[in-house]
Design a binder for this molecule. Structure first.
Ligand code: CA
Length: 659
């Protein structure tokens, strides 16, 4: 199944010769290139990753990437086309900056690792087009990946528009892809797509086109030999649209694509436009093993730092939520009070009240419920429709967040009512004007001490670092789809086992996991052990638990006690075992406690040999996994053995260990 190791070996000094051999033309515009081939190379601090920059014969900038001296990305394109000027052909290289070591250290309030460090070598390639206008391409190469972005250094108060980004990722023959199709704009429920809610196509040839012209979403996972590559973007400010990979990838070459025409705020910008100077978001390629991808923090390393210092009002946590199992009719005072009590009994921090609460409960009684919840140390989170004339969804409250005035008025009101957070649903796509709307909501909510969760949304792309009050975003075919349709429930095991290696690698994901009992009208294909593992495996700054109070009454007391403790702000994360779509075993640390959670994405039993030595030989813990009977549990006391820990996992089964 895995392609054989056909890597060709290259020494640093052979780079130039290699390019000539494969017909990759290094421009002779700069003689320095020939004299000093290393000048156009950016290497990682450990030397394992090397990016070679070059100009092609037509003056188009390009790059190749070597990992441990094997070529993994070849003559991939760079460049931008502005409506007023072209920066993709006929470029000349004016200068290359001296390599600079970039270091950063920052704290994340939730997610895979609290204290994150970043170290990379940076070089900037300064180019001019035929009109003498400047474009810098800045590369940063860390031990776990490559990032680059574009910079127009000139000054202009007159906004410039980009109509095409030429960036491509050109993989080797034999590369396999694990990709989620982008949905076509204005399709799906009330025409609310794209919402990043499709199943992944797994292990497909890298030249297989996407099902529609909409292309593929980030993060996009690729495999060549034993090397894994994950493409995404970060530092998406209000001056750019979100991007994706285009539908066609002839010769294994994927190109960056812009959103579809309908993905805009009414009258707002679709493609990027900005005054100069202008930086693009970072394009990121994480490179290494599956462990590199699971443990890397590149998606936040390259995001903009927090907009202000004090986000002390932000408290990541766990929430009860009635809607996903009990739907619209559950949004009434009595049921929501039950779910507040449920959260309080479980020691969870929040209760999310979903659609139409403004009429079925009303602001006054919500305020009353908020006071009651606060007396039990539970905070309320309220649902909102993102509003806007493009949005035909009737659920409400609507139209409250659309303008700065109404948004601030509503946030001020919520703050006085003691409401802790909002869930905003049904966004309008990836155009620049919609991206600006996300920034507006996060920033204004922060000013009023309100935490945010977005549904029917785009991928966060590291925004949770910039706005720590952004706890999570949906952007996944999550539990709600499993409740809607048996076909989704059938795919849940494999789909879930894809996510730690793709969607959830860097960004929080509101999958709303864990049903330990029953889903009405659906035959659940995942075992109890599988479901139990999910809130420990998936990352979300607020983990909305799908299980209801009634369902929780059906599980053994030791399970109920166990899930009273679900950390969401982890200190550290380690990859233990897995393969996308088939198996995911990940260890996460909170304080001095390690949680090792695993899910089997396949309908066959497996015997795992887990190296848990990093926890410490002899350390004692507990294992909860599937019992002998269908839909049962078992609990065992365990300790970390001298050799590998051997563990049997049921078909579509799973487990959690706590040491
Ligand atoms: Ca959704």
């Amino acid at each position: 199944m895995m392609p054989g190791r056909t890597h060709m070996m290259f020494s640093r000094k052979m780079l130039c010769l290699y390019f000539i051999l494969i017909g990759f033309q290094i421009s002779c515009v700069t003689n320095k290139t020939e004299e000093n081939p290393d000048e156009n190379v950016v290497a990682s601090p450990d030397g394992n990753l090397r990016v070679a920059f070059a100009l092609q014969e037509n003056g188009q900038p390009a790059y190749s990437i070597f990992y441990r001296d094997s070529l993994v990305l070849t003559d991939s394109k760079l460049g931008l086309s502005r409506t007023d000027s072209d920066f993709s052909k006929g470029m000349t290289l004016a200068s290359v900056s001296e390599p600079q070591l970039v270091r950063d250290e920052y704290v994340m309030m939730h997610g895979k690792r609290r204290l994150c460090t970043y170290q990379a070598n940076e070089k900037s390639f300064s180019l001019s087009n035929t009109a003498g206008e400047k474009l810098n391409i800045i590369f940063r190469v860390s031990d776990d990946g490559v990032a680059f972005r574009y910079h127009f250094p000139d000054k202009s108060a007159d906004p410039k528009k980009i109509d095409e980004e030429l960036t491509s990722f050109h993989f080797r023959e034999g590369t396999k892809a694990f990709l989620q199709p982008m949905s076509v704009a204005k399709t799906g429920f009330e025409g609310t797509n794209p919402s990043y809610e499709e199943h992944y196509q797994q292990n497909i040839p890298a030249d297989q086109p996407a099902p529609t012209e909409a292309g593929w979403v980030y993060p996009a996972l690729f495999n060549y030999g034993d090397t894994w590559l994950l493409i995404t973007e970060a530092n998406l400010d209000r001056n750019y649209c979100a991007t994706r990979l285009k539908q066609h990838s002839p010769g294994n070459e994927y190109a960056v694509g812009f959103p579809m025409a309908a993905e805009v705020m009414p009258g707002g910008a679709l493609n990027p436009e900005s005054e100069l100077p202008w930086y693009s978001p970072w394009r990121i390629i994480t490179i290494g093993s599956l462990g590199t991808i699971v443990e890397s923090t590149l998606g936040t390393d390259l995001a903009a730092p927090a907009i202000k210092e004090d986000f002390s009002f932000v408290e990541p946590g766990v929430a009860s939520w009635s809607w996903v199992i009990l739907k619209d009719n559950s949004i009434n005072y009595e049921v929501q009070k039950q779910f507040v009590d449920y959260a309080a009994n479980m020691g969870w921090e929040y209760c999310l009240i979903d659609v139409n609460w403004d009429t079925t409960i009303g602001y006054d009684r919500i305020e009353e419920l908020s006071r009651y919840a606060a007396s039990k140390n539970v905070g309320l989170v309220l649902w909102y429709n993102s509003a806007g004339s493009w949005n035909t969804v009737q659920y409400h409250p609507k139209d409250k967040l659309l303008t700065p005035e109404s948004r601030k008025e509503e946030f001020s009101r919520l703050q006085k009512m003691g409401i802790r957070g909002i869930k905003v649903d049904f966004f309008g796509g990836d155009g620049q004007s919609v991206i600006a709307y996300y920034h507006d909501i996060f920033k204004d909510a922060a000013a009023y001490g309100i935490m945010v969760n977005c549904h029917g949304s785009t991928l966060p792309r590291g925004w949770h670092r910039t706005y720590p009050n952004l706890l999570t975003m949906e952007a996944i075919k999550g539990m709600e789809f499993i409740t809607f349709e048996q076909a989704n429930a059938d795919l849940a095991p494999s789909h879930s086992a894809m996510l730690p290696f793709s969607r959830n690698a860097f960004d929080p994901m509101d999958f709303t996991p864990m049903v330990l009992h029953e889903i009405p009208g659906i035959e659940r294909k995942t075992t109890n052990g599988f479901e139990l593992a999910l809130p420990y495996l998936f990352l979300s700054g607020i983990q909305h638990i799908a299980e209801t109070p009634a369902g929780m009454e059906q599980v053994p007391d030791y399970v109920k006690e166990f899930v009273k403790d679900i950390p969401v702000a982890w200190d550290d994360t380690r990859f233990v075992d897995g393969y996308p779509g088939k198996l995911a075993v990940i260890a996460r640390k909170k304080g001095d406690t390690w949680y090792v959670s695993g899910i089997n994405g396949e309908a066959q039993a497996k015997t795992l040999n887990l190296d848990l030595s990093f926890i410490g030989r002899g350390k004692e813990g507990v294992l909860i996994t599937d019992g002998e009977e269908p839909k049962s549990f078992s609990k065992t006391n365990v300790s970390v053995p001298a050799s590998a820990y051997q563990l049997n996992v049921e078909p579509n089964g799973g487990f959690v260990m706590k040491f």
